[in-house]
Design a protein around this ligand. Sequence first.
Ligand code: UD1
Ligand code: UDP
Length: 370
Amino acid sequence: MTKKIMIVFGTRPEAIKMAPVIKALEATPELEPITVVTGQHREMLQQVLDIFDLKPAYDLAIMQEKQTLTTITNKVLKGLDPILERVRPDMVLVHGDTTTTMAAAMAAFYHQIPVGHVEAGLRTWTKYSPYPEEMNRQLTDNLTDLYFAPSQQAAANLTREGHPRERIKITGNTVIDALHYTITEDYHHELLKRLTPTHRTILLTMHRRENQGKKMEGVFQAIRHVVESRGDIDLVYPVHLSPAVQKAAHRVFDGVDNVYLIDPLNVVDFHNLAARSYFIMTDSGGIQEEAPSLNRPVLVLRETTERPEGVKAGTLKLVGTDPATVEHEMNSLLENPLEYSAMAQAKNPYGDGHAAEKIVKSIQSFLAQV
Ligand code: UD1
Ligand code: UDP
């Protein structure tokens, strides 16, 4: 009999990393994928649905400007309740650590439906860093029945917490699968023509809640200072649609030469432009995982990371948000070719790009046993 797998997600990164899983489920006749989007993101989510041609069966459309964690949680729980009641899936699949993830896992638990967690086991062990993601993933893993760990380290974190070993599968990260769909050799973008050919391009993204406010402004001022004082780099910054981020980015960067503030890019554009940049500066989680496969160094604008694999491999450098340190690290990477090539040549620690197939096989054997 066909088993129903409900995939629930709400934000851009979840969609990018769940798309390969949905494709693999669609290719498996015994499993029926049913996609539910919470709509925690709107435009940024739609960009991904369009690129991967994903057609959700349900859209809770919960997004509102400056939404709070409480309203997201309330709306996801309330919206999923009747859908779970009606559809009664055999498993609910969630991804990562957003508030959609945590609330969807809780909704499934209330209906006593098994939960599969893709990208399980990431930890900083620091309650508010990142906020609220660290607690979102810990809470989700307490509600999970089948864990898809992207690395040995993530699996070890789960066993350390006492989750049963036989329920933990090491799959690699599905973002490596997604890169197979997006990266092309003969890529063109109008922006590439506008950049100065003799300049090196730095790609920036920054959006985390714990960085918003003073920290974010300080980092932006430091970057602006480096761009203005050197005159030999271009900065490309696709700005997250969060009003707090938009405001800070435009306040600091508007009118600055060699700075390109643009709308969020669709994922094909982002991956291909990332692959053609000199290095990346970010507080994003997903970008830290993609960079080793793209051979691009990353200065991580955070105090902690739940991606120690990338730091160990050498691609990621934890820089934090102190403006003087940010300036120093940017100049150092721009001026030291040896430092640069050591970071650029690190090996991708996130698997072989077949994570989605492994996840689907594990789901099949799990459901055969229950
Ligand atoms: C959310 C996740 C974060 C993830 C990030 C990926 C939570 C609490 N946070 O953070 O873990 O790293 O997504 O990007 O789950 N907005 C739009 N259009 C969009 C998307 C966002 O206008 O398509 C604006 C809205 O005003 C919204 C605000 O951005 O209220 C913030 O969105 P929200 O999902 O609450 O937080 P993110 O910072 O995006
Ligand atoms: N990304 C994108 N367009 C952009 C910026 C990022 O498609 O303009 C992709 C990026 O390649 C990565 C994901 O979005 O796969 C990361 O999302 P985000 O930084 O919003 O969230 P996080 O990973 O921090 O949760």
